[in-house]
Design a protein around this ligand. Structure first.
Ligand SMILES: NC(=O)c1ccc[n+]([C@@H]2O[C@H](COP(=O)([O-])OP(=O)(O)OC[C@H]3O[C@@H](n4cnc5c(N)ncnc54)[C@H](O)[C@@H]3O)[C@@H](O)[C@H]2O)c1
Length: 389
C-alpha cells in the first residue's frame, strides 16, 4: 500500500474533504509561549529559534534602530494556515515589505474568496483523489473547483482592473488586494494580499510566471490581447531603493528559494551595479529545512552571504539560522514578537513611497557614476573588482 502509512486506517472515498477547515491563525502574544522560548528552548535548534526571536524583538524592532524589515516566504505557508501570522505582523508594522513565491499569494486568494481548504492526511490514494477532483498539498486537501474559481476571479479582475503596460509585482498585488477588499469586505482580516494593500505593505514575487497568478496573466495576454505585463526590472529597482532608504536593514527568511536571493541581492545590486556601498544587511534570520552542504542558495549561511556583500561582516552575531519546519517555528516566532514590548511599530507605508525611493536611487546612482566613471582598462586588471568575481 504505497499510499498510506503501514497500519493506518484506510479512509473511505467520501471522507477526503471532511477534515476541519484550515483557518488563518492569528498570534496573540502569548506570555506562556514567550516563557517557553526564553526558558525552555535552551539548546540546539530550539535555542537558535530563541535567538532569532530575541534578535527580532530586542534589536530589529527597537524604535531607535528603525530597521526596514523584509519577510521572504517560500514553502506552502498560506495553504498551511500561516497567512494569519503574516497579516498580524503587517498590521502591527512589524514587517515593511514581503517577497513571496507566487504560490503562497495565489493560495491566499482562496481564503480571501471564502473557499475552504481542509485538514487531511498525507497517506491517501492520489489516484482516487484525482478521480474525485481533490487537490493535495501534503496533508492539505481541497476541491479542484477552488482552483478553477480562483482562476476565474483572477481573470475577471484583470479585465475589470484595466491594468495596462509594464507593472511591478507590487503594483499588481496592490490592485488585487484593493479589488478583494471591495468585493469581499473585511477580507483583509484573513488574506495576506488584501491585508498588505490595507497596510501599505508592498508584496513582490521573484518569479512571476511561476504560479497560477502568472498562468492567468499569460491567458490575459494571449486570449484578450492585453498588454499588461510584469516588468522584473521594476521589481529589482524598487526592492533595491527600499533597501537603500533603510536606516538599518533586516530580513526574516522562511524556507529559501528565489525569494531569499531576491531580497539579499539588493545589497550587491547597490555596491556591484550602482556603485553605492550600503554595507550589507544588519540583521538576518532564516527559518528553514534547507542544508548548507549542498552548496545551494537556499541553504547558504549568513557567513557565506558576507563574502558577497549581502551581510555586513561586523554583524554576524545578529544573524541566525534555525533548522526547523517553518509551520512550527514561524507561529512561535510571531507569538514572541507580538507579545514583546516592541510588538507594534508605526507602519512605513512603503507601497506609497516607491516612486520617491526609486527617484532617490537614481539620483544616488548617477552621482556615484560621476564620482567613479566606467573604467577604460579591462576589468581583469582591477584588483578590487577581481576579488568579487
Ligand atoms: N498553483 C500554484 O500557483 C502553485 C505553484 C507552485 C507551487 N504550488 C504549491 O505551493 C506550495 C509552495 O510552493 P513554493 O513555490 O512556495 O515553494 P516550495 O514548496 O518549492 O519551497 C521552496 C523553499 O522553501 C523550503 N521549505 C518548504 N517547506 C518548508 C517548511 N515547511 N519549512 C521550512 N522550509 C521549507 C524549501 O526547502 C525550499 O527552499 C507547493 O508545495 C505546491 O504544492 C502552487
Amino acid at each position: 500500500m504505497p499510499h498510506r502509512a503501514p497500519g493506518a486506517p484506510e479512509r473511505s472515498r467520501q471522507n477526503y474533504l471532511s477534515g476541519k477547515p484550515i483557518r488563518y491563525y492569528r498570534p496573540r502574544g502569548s506570555a506562556d509561549i514567550r516563557h517557553l522560548i526564553d526558558e525552555g528552548f535552551q539548546a540546539f535548534n530550539a535555542a537558535r529559534l530563541g535567538e532569532a526571536c530575541r534578535i527580532f524583538a530586542d534589536k530589529m524592532l527597537l524604535p531607535e534602530h528603525d530597521t526596514t524589515i523584509a519577510l521572504t516566504i517560500a514553502g506552502a505557508m498560506t495553504p498551511a494556515g500561516l497567512g494569519g501570522c503574516v497579516v498580524e505582523m503587517m498590521e502591527r508594522g512589524l514587517i515593511d515589505f514581503v517577497i513571496s513565491t507566487g504560490a503562497n499569494l495565489y493560495h491566499d486568494l482562496h481564503y480571501a474568496l471564502n473557499f475552504t481548504l481542509h485538514r487531511g492526511s498525507p497517506f491517501v490514494n492520489d489516484v482516487e483523489l484525482y478521480e474525485e477532483g481533490v487537490i493535495r498539498i501534503y496533508d492539505v486537501l481541497f476541491p479542484a473547483k477552488v482552483l478553477l474559481e480562483t482562476d476565474a476571479y483572477i481573470r475577471d479582475f484583470l479585465v475589470r482592473s484595466g491594468l495596462d503596460g509594464p507593472l511591478s509585482t507590487a503594483e499588481l498585488h496592490y490592485a488585487l488586494g484593493r479589488d478583494l477588499m471591495e468585493r469581499q469586505p473585511g477580507c483583509e482580516q484573513y488574506s495576506v494580499v488584501a491585508a498588505a494593500a490595507a497596510a501599505g505593505v508592498p508584496i513582490y514575487t521573484s518569479s512571476p510566471g511561476d504560479s497560477s497568478i502568472g498562468m492567468n496573466l499569460a491567458y490575459h495576454e494571449l486570449m484578450n490581447g492585453a498588454r499588461l505585463m510584469i516588468d522584473p526590472n521594476k521589481d529589482v529597482n524598487e526592492v533595491c531603493a527600499i533597501i537603500l532608504a533603510g536606516k538599518k536593514n533586516g530580513c526574516v527568511i522562511l524556507g529559501g528559494g528565489s525569494p531569499k536571493n531576491f531580497y539579499l541581492q539588493g545589497q550587491p545590486t547597490l555596491w556591484e551595479v550602482y556603485g553605492i556601498p550600503k554595507g550589507g544587511n544588519d540583521y538576518f534570520i532564516q527559518i528553514t529545512t534547507d542544508q548548507v552542504v549542498w552548496g545551494g542558495l537556499s541553504g547558504a549561511t549568513p557567513a557565506e552571504a558576507v563574502s558577497w556583500g549581502k551581510v555586513n561582516p561586523g554583524v554576524l552575531p545578529d544573524t541566525v539560522v534555525t533548522y526547523i519546519d517553518s509551520t512550527v517555528a514561524f507561529p512561535l516566532f510571531c507569538e514572541y514578537a507580538v507579545g514583546a514590548p516592541t510588538g507594534r511599530r508605526e507602519r512605513k507605508q512603503l507601497m506609497h513611497k516607491r516612486d520617491a525611493l526609486v527617484a532617490s536611487l537614481l539620483e544616488q546612482a548617477r552621482s556615484a557614476r560621476r564620482e567613479h566613471p566606467e573604467p577604460e582598462e579591462p576589468l581583469e586588471t582591477m584588483p578590487d573588482l577581481e576579488r568579487h568575481r
